[in-house]
Design a protein around this ligand. Structure first.
Ligand code: KYN
Length: 324
């Protein structure tokens, strides 16, 4: 099995990725869209691999592995489990910032950004192959990707999730039986840190009583939640880290730190999602897990975080320093 993952990995060449602001400057060695399943994968069952740029192009089998002081970071994009216009590439501005000035963090091996199957989006009915994922397909794909990485010898110590990517990041450290998935999908070396950015942590809570100023989004939330999870409110509760059955913090043995940030100008996700989630972790945990909140002032609107990348890159630098 391990040989298979490595031979898949090695069959993809590295390509230079150029700076979005300066197309003559290469910033990373990039392997786009490596399938993480071997049996007839959907195009979205794929991940992209980014290594800091060096002057010679590495051979396709080059794979720096984790060691005690270096780590990979895994990124899970958002888009309400359905937006086909948001993909693994949305981490590129952050990578560009992080891999260039002022200096490359010394304990960073590389960044891996995931795609996963999406649910249908009413404004994009003509996608080929059609997006028809339903829970637990999304989280199942995330766990399959982590398994593929583990077979390559990679266990990211940090996972970053944006919006529904944050929901998926926390689901990835829970027992997969919570979602009716096989124990064989449980992540072998779970991350130490999860960074949740503009995360969705309590879908049923939002739909039941949207916070002040967000009442107009109730219907929109209900639409994408039903599209991803079906109509059962019980399931909406079971899948969210604020409202699911207690005990998931214990299932995350390796967990050391949760870092949460909510962009102040976000018109799609209210800060109440972060506040309620934080309270839930503090109720549940038994001392081992640190929860921190970063001030989201100046972080812009919901998607500005990844569209710009500078704030997120700065936060990643800080978190990496803490792991040194
Ligand atoms: N309404 C939201 C509420 C919260 C988080 C994301 C959304 C989205 O709409 C995301 C995406 N642009 C979508 O069209 O599905």
């Amino acid at each position: 099995m391990a040989t298979t993952s490595l031979s898949i990995f090695s069959s993809y060449p590295y390509e230079p990725l150029y700076s979005p602001s300066d197309p003559s400057t290469p910033i990373a060695h990039h392997k786009p869209l490596i399938p993480y399943l071997s049996d007839n994968p959907h195009p979205l069952q794929s991940l992209s691999f980014y290594l800091p740029y060096t002057s010679s192009i590495p051979s396709p089998s080059y794979l720096p592995t984790d060691n005690n002081n270096k780590t990979y970071i895994l990124y899970i994009h958002g888009g309400a489990w359905r937006d086909p216009l948001i993909s693994s590439t949305s981490i590129q501005p952050t990578i560009s910032s992080l891999f260039s000035s002022p200096s490359l963090p010394t304990n960073l091996s590389g960044i891996i950004s995931l795609n996963y199957r999406l649910s249908p989006h009413p404004s994009h009915p003509d996608i080929i192959p059609p997006n028809k994922a339903k829970h637990p397909d999304h989280i199942s794909d995330i766990l399959s990707a982590l398994k593929f990485l583990h077979q390559l010898g990679i266990s990211p110590r940090i996972i970053i999730g944006h919006s529904c990517g944050a929901t998926l990041a926390f689901q990835s450290v829970m027992n997969p039986s919570r979602f009716g998935l096989s124990p064989s999908l449980e992540v072998k070396n779970k991350p130490e840190v999860i960074i949740g950015v503009n995360g969705l942590y309590d879908l049923a809570g939002f739909i039941e009583s949207p916070p002040k100023g967000f009442e107009g989004l109730k219907g929109g939330y209900q639409e994408f939640v039903e599209g991803a999870f079906g109509e059962s409110k019980k399931i909406w509760k079971e899948v969210c880290p604020t409202s699911c059955e207690k005990g998931w913090v214990k299932e995350w043995n390796e967990g050391k730190k949760v870092v949460l940030v909510q962009s102040e100008e976000d018109g799609l996700v209210p800060r109440e999602q972060l506040v309620g989630f934080r309270k839930r972790i503090e109720e549940e945990e038994e001392g081992g897990l640190e929860v921190g909140e970063v001030d989201g002032e100046g972080w812009g609107e919901h998607d500005d975080v990844w569209k710009n990348g500078k704030k997120l890159a700065g936060l990643v630098r800080e978190v990496l320093k803490g792991l040194e």
